[in-house]
Design a protein around this ligand. Structure first.
Ligand code: ATP
Ligand code: MG
Ligand code: MG
Length: 588
């Protein structure tokens, strides 16, 4: 197993496991028969239990991959269980489409919420009954109240970092009056936004999150799971700790911005445990730094804007840092996992260079992707002595090359030479620069897996552009035949026969933004969109790719790694996306 990078969470978990030694594993959220027990149901025993809790309001991105690999990885490494939980407490922006896409991407990354024959797939909305009970309990215990201030008044009375807040005039109502009001909220007596349920903590707390945070709001919205059953919905800060406790999560791992929420997390769970609604030991929240990738944005709102305004071709556009986009671009789950694992887990938000991701991709594909020749910027090469050498222009001279230089089991690619070939424009220079070893008048170079040829010049069109390169075959120099090396050359040319080359749409992608941190310092990220992030060309592929299946990853020799587009590629209309080049050029 690869060396595990520095990870303070591992240290914490190992300490906790030592302390748990000899204690029973936690099976149940409550006592069998009580409300908490019913909410999440019986659970498999586990000493370590983590969760990945996406809100189903968009597509997962590379930052989420960090959280997924961290939570599922810790559970795997310590014999625990990781839950996939849809944090679906906010009905407005959530859709089944996102639920399905999230499940698909967690699976694609190589993780499973099935363990020991049991599915550990949960939805926060299944706990709405319990959450409401918890709210009534807090009201009854004098720990929550219904506030009828307007949203503006509430904001003004919250104070700020330098000013303590002001108590609401509704703060001292009796538990009975509050309970009646809360039930009216639930029963639909009051319009949306008329009042909220708030925790009663401390309006002067230096931590603004402790200044009587809202727990429930009135919102008549259809929920994708509970339909129209509820017209009040719990706030995230109230719902999330309860979800963790009901599922007996041991280590609730979240990103740094939730650090200031931890006191409320503990306040809430301790009060509910004191009231007998939840069982101890309670979950603990731990924060780690977010993963940001250079040259992309990862806020869901900004990604949505890119899609909605047509700056990209959808959520799965290969330039998007969404996992569906990265999959379509051709990044492998192995490369994504290697990249997020290489970053370790720290207490600071990390910026990772896109080049690191590309490096992981190359490390993964180098040892497994077949090679092929492709010409991306084609110009015709005419072999003027072809009929003299092979007897006729119709002759096809068979050539072959290994599919992979180190993997004989991948077999051999077959292709053939004809009188006209496609080569790259850049492989001919009428007046060569110093150090240029490819084709120029009088110079010899080798056709890869073919013959040595000698360039004799070129043909031009009326505009003076090069229309064809001319060369002659040097006899007895075929690769793999005795004496082939007698003629020494310095340049090697990749090529595809005009008679058998497969025309293909090649989508050449570059970074989506011209700045490494597109939204740094409040800049409008759209101002630094790279206008040349997508270029579409028609190239020619060697015949071994005629039957390429969608999603096949291949190395086009000299050019880099490409993937047959999983949506648009067809045998009769090939479409390949460039994943990345053969070396790192992100710094350039
Ligand atoms: P966004 O800010 O893009 O809308 P989010 O945090 O609101 O993302 P959730 O669906 O709530 O999205 O996230 C699910 C989990 O993924 C959370 O635990 C969150 O902390 C984690 N997560 C989101 N973005 C990142 C990131 N960039 N790095 C690490 N973890 C992340
Ligand atoms: Mg969120
Ligand atoms: Mg967010």
């Amino acid at each position: 197993e690869a060396l595990k990078p520095n990870n303070f969470l591992r240290t914490i978990i190992e300490r906790d496991l030592e302390q748990q030694e000899g204690q029973p594993a936690r099976h149940f959220a409550g006592t069998p028969g009580d409300a908490a027990h019913h909410a999440a149901g019986p659970l498999d025993p586990a000493k370590i239990r983590t969760r990945f809790p996406p809100e189903p309001n968009g597509y997962l991105h590379i930052g989420h991959a960090k959280s997924i690999c961290l939570n599922f990885g810790l559970a795997r490494d310590y014999g625990g269980i990781c839950h996939l939980r849809f944090d679906d407490t906010n009905p407005e922006k959530e859709e089944q489409e996102y639920v399905d896409a999230i499940k698909e991407m967690v699976t694609w990354l190589g993780w499973s919420w099935e363990a020991g024959g049991t599915s550990h797939l949960f939805s926060a909305s299944n706990y709405f009954d319990f959450m409401y009970r918890a709210a009534e309990y807090l009201v009854t215990a004098g720990l929550a109240y219904v506030d009828e201030q307007t949203p503006d008044e509430m904001r003004a009375n919250r104070g700020d970092f330098s000013t303590p807040g002001t108590d609401s005039p509704f703060r001292d109502r009796s538990p009975e009056a509050n309970l009646a009001r809360l039930r009216e909220m639930r029963d639909g007596t009051h319009p949306d936004g008329a009042m909220v349920l708030r925790a009663k903590i401390d309006m002067a707390s230096p931590n603004i999150n402790m200044r009587d945070p809202a727990l429930y709001r009135i919102r008549r919205a259809h929920h994708h799971n509970t339909g129209d059953k509820w017209c009040i919905y719990p706030m995230y800060t109230f719902a999330h700790p309860i979800e963790d406790a009901l599922e007996r999560i041991t280590h609730s791992i979240c990103t740094l911005e939730f650090e200031d929420q931890r006191p409320f997390y503990d306040w809430l769970l301790n009060h509910l445990a004191d009231g007998g609604l939840l069982a101890r030991p309670l979950p603990h929240q731990y924060e780690f730094g977010r993963l940001n990738l250079s040259y992309v944005v990862t806020s869901k709102r900004k990604l949505r804007q890119l899609v909605d305004e047509g700056h990209v071709d959808g959520w799965d556009d290969p330039r998007m840092p969404t996992l569906v986009g990265m999959r379509r671009r051709g990044y492998t789950p192995e490369a994504v996992r290697a990249m997020v694992e290489s970053t370790g887990v720290t207490k600071t938000n990390a910026w990772l260079d896109y080049g690191v991701l590309d490096g992981c991709l190359r490390a993964d594909l180098e040892g497994k992707a077949a090679r092929a020749m492709a010409v991306l910027d084609p110009v015709k090469l005419k072999l003027t002595n072809y009929a003299d050498i092979f007897g006729s222009l119709e002759h096809r001279e068979p050539c072959s090359a290994p599919a992979h230089p180190h993997l004989p089991e991948l077999g051999t690619r077959q292709f053939s030479l004809g009188p006209e070939l496609w080569i790259e424009h850049e492989d001919f220079m009428e007046a060569p620069v110093k150090g240029y070893h490819r084709l120029y008048p009088g110079n010899k170079a080798r056709l890869k897996a073919g013959y040595v040829i000698e360039c004799s010049g070129c043909e031009k069109n009326e505009a003076g552009e090069i229309a064809a390169v001319l060369a002659t075959i040097v006899p007895d120099t075929k690769s793999g035949t005795p004496g082939a090396d007698a003629v020494k050359v310095k340049g090697v040319i990749t090529w595809v026969g005009v008679h058998e080359g497969i025309a293909a749409e090649l989508r050449l992608y570059d970074r989506l933004f011209t700045e490494a941190q597109p939204d740094a310092g409040g800049r409008d990220f759209l101002e630094v969109l790279n206008p040349a992030s997508k270029k579409v060309v028609t190239g020619y592929l060697e015949p071994s790719l005629a039957a390429a299946a969608a999603d096949l990853k291949v190395q086009f020799e000299r050019h880099g790694y490409f993937v047959a587009d999983r949506i648009d590629h067809r045998a009769d209309k090939p479409v390949f996306n460039k994943i990345t080049g053969l070396r790192d050029n992100w710094g350039k």
